[in-house]
Design a protein. Structure first.
Length: 103
């Protein structure tokens, strides 16, 4: 008879570990391309850009869980981030991944 602890060990050994595979996307280090794209789409090249009102999230955080989670992710607004799609390309083949598919 197999003990429950042994079953867990066997299933953990048989299960492959998941490894992340990034998707290719448009990289905009400063956010300027996004601003220009929005201005172009709405047809207003003079559309003003204002900073995000983070203080409102801080005030709402004690009452709304999402606001606390958004504050935790604030570092993504302050630091540029790009995903590497090398692993995905090795799995699928580079010819099957096109940046135009991600637009």
């Amino acid at each position: 008879m197999i003990e429950p602890a042994d079953e867990k060990r066997i299933s953990a050994q048989a299960t492959p570990t998941a490894k992340p595979a990034g998707l290719p996307s448009n990289y905009d280090a400063t956010g300027r391309e996004m601003i220009d794209a929005v201005r172009r789409v709405v047809g207003r090249p003079d559309l003003p850009v204002k900073p995000f009102p983070w203080i409102t999230l801080w005030f709402a955080a004690p009452f709304v869980r999402f606001m606390r989670e958004a504050i935790e992710m604030r570092w993504l607004w302050k630091q540029s981030l790009a995903l590497d799609n090398g692993r995905l390309a090795s799995l699928l083949g580079a010819s099957r991944i096109r940046p135009s598919m991600m637009r």
